[in-house]
Each structure stands twice: as structure tokens, then as C-alpha cells.
Design a binder for this molecule. Structure first.
Ligand code: TRP
Length: 442
């Protein structure tokens, strides 16, 4: 067996994990979820869940991955066996489903680079809304972009974890951060933007329902890339020197910071232009071009923004494909390149009905009123990730608790004073709270 690939540096791992976490979940999904779920109250519940349950599950995944040095399925098998590898299997399946629609939306960002550059995204709010609606419902164009994005993802995975991913994260993530701040400067000074700031920052708890909790929880899992084993996989390429708890805090903090920045950018602009904050998945794509139109050098900023968003999506997509590739190479001895290409095709195919569900197949419903794309998102994000999170917590809290103290403290070298609290969350709080939110949401 060839020796397992490793991250190139300490910073490399945190950046790669943050690269996985920061993506469309933060910039496309978070603002519209906050918009649909009451703004400020959603933000507070979201952050509370991230820094309790989310952080604990992330640390659990890092610890499992590093202890086992395996893909998610193999990791459960090595550490405990019995029925546990099923958790990893469900995770790999969830990654499969998520990537299929994720790549469709990432394709939109690629298309928007081209559309910004060609000057197609001009006009008032209504024109921009119609342009977006026309584009995503087209039976051909978005699928070509989806194919292109999926090919990019496969290409990065072929480059190996630390060649491609680490380098992309080191330069482009800080750029995205800075660009967001520049754009916020424009958005919050638009006339009428104050109403959006108020909506996002001052919570109205009278609007909180079981659905708010359910939305915040699934968004937290999706945004942190937890519940399916992506972080198990990334932890498995780690040596025994890294401080796992500190890394988990960094990744969660960076991910939340980007989500909050995206909210500060999109929601004020939504109110300034008179859009509906509850409009759903088109929110970011319709609002931002309207912001760019109000800026000097707007075309330049627009191209740069969608380019960086594409890269952020790419570093996330890679973390959805990598666990699948790691499984077949670790356990079945398959060739990594062949595996990546084959599954790239299969996932592309599964994404096609998602794309069509926004146009010619929009009458075809799977869950309730939800079309194919929304149903895939719902099954994976609202059910599979939280269930995965419950099982990962129980695994760490009960099944392998004895091995975990030495794992998170690097055999006692890095003290982790909160170990007891973490174990308590994994044993009781996370499973019970997540199960409760899950059941009350259904
Ligand atoms: N967290 C990424 C985002 O916010 C998406 C993602 C990457 C993901 N890997 C994951 C979601 C694993 C769930 C599980 O865009």
C-alpha cells in the first residue's frame, strides 16, 4: 500500500477544511435561508448551534479521521466495526447527493462570470430577476455549465489533496474575504439599506417556529461540511501534531464570519432594491448584479466576485468527492484517477434532473411541493446530515470514548481542558437536541 498523502503544513489543513466549509452554503444559501426564516432570530439560533453542536461534531469528525487514517466508511470499521460503518456509508451517499445539485448551482456562478463579462447582466431589478429565471429554466445552458464545473472538480481531485486544494485556499480565500468587505461598503450605503441591516441584526423572536430551528440546524451542518464524513476524510490526511480542537474553532469561526458577511452584503441590498427577502434560491444571483450596477467598476467587481465564488464552491465540491474516492482507493484498491472520473460522470448525471426541475420538469414533485433539486437538498441536508451528526456524536461519546482523550490531546501533549464538556455534548446534548429538532421539523 502506498503511504497516505498528508497535508503540506499546519496552515494547509485549516485552510483546506475552511475551504470545504466556505462555499455556496455561506454566500448563496445562508442569505436566503436567513431571509426566509425571519433574519436576526435565525442568525442568533444559527450561531448558537454552530458553536455548540456544530463545533463538537466537527471535532468528533477530525478525531475519528485522524485516529483511523481512513475514509469515512473504513474509519468506523477500523475503530469499532460492527454496524458502525453504515454511518460512513450513509455519509458517502449524502456527499454524492449533495454534490449533484451543488454542482448545478456552482455552474450558475461560472455562467455569471461569463454573463458579467459580456455585459448581459444590466438593467433594473425586474430585468435581472427575469434574466436569472430565464437562465436557470433553460434546458441546455445550465447543464453545460454544470458539466464544466463537475469536470473542474474531478480535475482538482486528480491533482491530489495537497497539491490542488491547499494552494487554491491559501491565496483565493483571503481574497474572497476582502472582496466581501469592499462590496458590503457599497451595499450598506445604498438608500434604504438600513431596513435590511435591521432585519438581519435585530432579532424578532416572535417569528421563531420549529421550522426556524430546523432550517438553522440543517444550514449549520451544511455550511460546516459536517455530518457526512468530509471532515473525517480531511482529518485522515493529518499527522499527530495538529491541535484538533483549535483547528475546529478556527474553521467554524471562519465559516461563520463569511456567512455573516454574506448576510451583511445581500440583505441590505435586498431591502434597498425592494426585493422580497423570502424569495428563495435566486436571492444572491439577482441581488448582487443589482449592487454591481450601482458601483464604479461594477463589471470588474462582478467578474471577480463570481470568479472567487466559483473557487470557493470548487474547494467545497472537492471535499464532497474526495470521501468517495478515498473509500474506493483505501478499501477496494481502485485507482484514484479512474474512481474520480467514473463518479464524476455518475454525479453529473444525477445533477441533470435537478437542473431540469427548475424549468421543463418543474411540475414533477418528489417531496410535497418540492421539485427534484429541492428534494435532493432536503433529503441530504435536512435529514441525512443531522442523522449522520447524531450517529457521529454517539460514536465518539460512547463507542470509542476511551480512545478519544489521547487523540484530541495528541497523547497528552496538547492539553484540552474542555474534554469533559465535549464528551458530554457528544453523549447527550448533541444527539438529543438534533433528534428533537429533526423530529419537530418533520
Ligand atoms: N460546506 C460547503 C458549503 O457551505 C458545502 C459542503 C462541502 C458540504 N462539503 C460538505 C456540505 C460536506 C455537507 C457535507 O458550501
Amino acid at each position: 500500500m502506498q503511504s497516505r498523502e498528508q497535508w503540506g503544513s499546519r496552515l494547509g489543513f485549516v485552510l483546506a477544511a475552511a475551504g470545504s466549509a466556505v462555499g455556496l452554503g455561506n454566500i448563496w444559501k445562508f442569505p436566503y435561508m436567513a431571509g426566509q426564516n425571519g433574519g436576526g432570530a435565525f442568525l442568533i439560533i444559527y450561531l448558537a448551534l454552530v458553536f455548540t453542536i456544530g463545533l463538537s461534531v466537527m471535532l468528533a469528525e477530525f478525531a475519528i479521521g485522524r485516529a483511523a487514517q481512513r475514509n469515512p466508511i473504513g474509519a468506523f470499521a477500523v475503530l469499532k466495526g460492527k454496524m458502525w460503518p453504515i454511518v460512513g456509508f450513509m455519509g458517502v451517499l449524502a456527499g454524492f447527493i449533495i454534490l449533484s445539485f451543488y454542482s448545478v448551482v456552482a455552474g450558475w456562478t461560472v455562467a455569471y462570470i461569463v454573463k458579467m463579462a459580456s455585459g448581459a447582466l444590466v438593467g433594473d431589478a425586474d430585468t435581472l430577476g427575469a434574466a436569472f429565471g430565464g437562465f436557470i429554466s433553460d434546458p441546455v445552458e445550465p447543464i453545460l455549465y454544470h458539466a464544466f464545473f463537475m469536470a473542474l472538480t474531478v480535475a482538482v481531485v486528480l491533482g491530489g489533496v495537497h497539491g490542488g486544494i491547499e494552494r487554491a485556499c491559501k491565496i483565493l480565500m483571503p481574497m474572497l474575504f476582502v472582496l466581501l468587505i469592499v462590496l458590503i461598503g457599497r451595499a450598506v450605503t445604498l438608500p434604504g439599506a438600513e431596513k435590511g441591516l435591521e432585519f438581519f441584526l435585530s432579532p424578532d423572536f416572535s417569528k421563531v417556529t420549529a421550522e426556524t430551528f430546523n432550517g438553522a440546524l440543517s444550514q449549520a451542518f451544511f455550511s460546516l461540511s459536517i455530518g457526512m464524513g468530509a471532515m473525517i476524510t480531511y482529518g485522515s490526511y493529518l499527522n499527530k501534531k495538529e491541535n484538533l480542537a483549535k483547528s475546529a474553532v478556527w474553521v467554524s469561526a471562519l465559516d461563520s464570519a463569511v456567512a455573516v458577511l454574506a448576510g451583511l452584503l445581500i440583505l441590505p441590498a435586498v431591502f434597498a432594491f425592494g426585493f422580497d427577502p423570502a424569495a428563495g434560491p435566486g436571492l444572491t444571483f439577482i441581488t448582487l448584479p443589482a449592487v454591481f450596477a450601482q458601483m464604479p467598476g461594477g463589471i470588474f467587481f462582478g467578474i471577480l466576485f463570481f470568479l472567487l465564488l466559483t473557487v470557493a464552491a470548487l474547494t467545497s465540491a472537492v471535499s464532497l468527492l474526495q470521501p468517495i474516492v478515498a473509500y474506493f482507493t483505501d478499501e477496494k484498491g481502485w485507482n484514484a484517477k479512474v474512481t474520480a472520473v467514473v463518479f464524476g460522470f455518475v454525479i453529473f448525471a444525477l445533477g441533470v434532473p435537478s437542473s431540469l426541475s427548475l424549468g421543463i420538469w418543474s411540475d414533477f414533485h418528489i417531496i410535497g411541493e418540492k421539485g427534484f433539486l429541492d428534494s435532493m437538498d432536503y433529503i441530504a441536508s435536512n435529514i441525512m446530515l443531522p442523522v449522520g451528526g447524531i450517529l457521529i456524536s454517539l460514536f465518539v461519546g460512547w463507542a470509542v470514548a476511551g480512545k478519544m482523550q489521547s487523540e484530541v490531546t495528541n497523547e497528552g501533549e496538547k492539553p484540552f481542558p474542555l474534554f469533559g464538556a465535549w464528551l458530554f455534548i457528544c453523549r447527550f446534548i448533541a444527539p438529543i437536541a438534533v433528534a428533537w429538532i429533526l423530529i419537530s421539523g418533520l
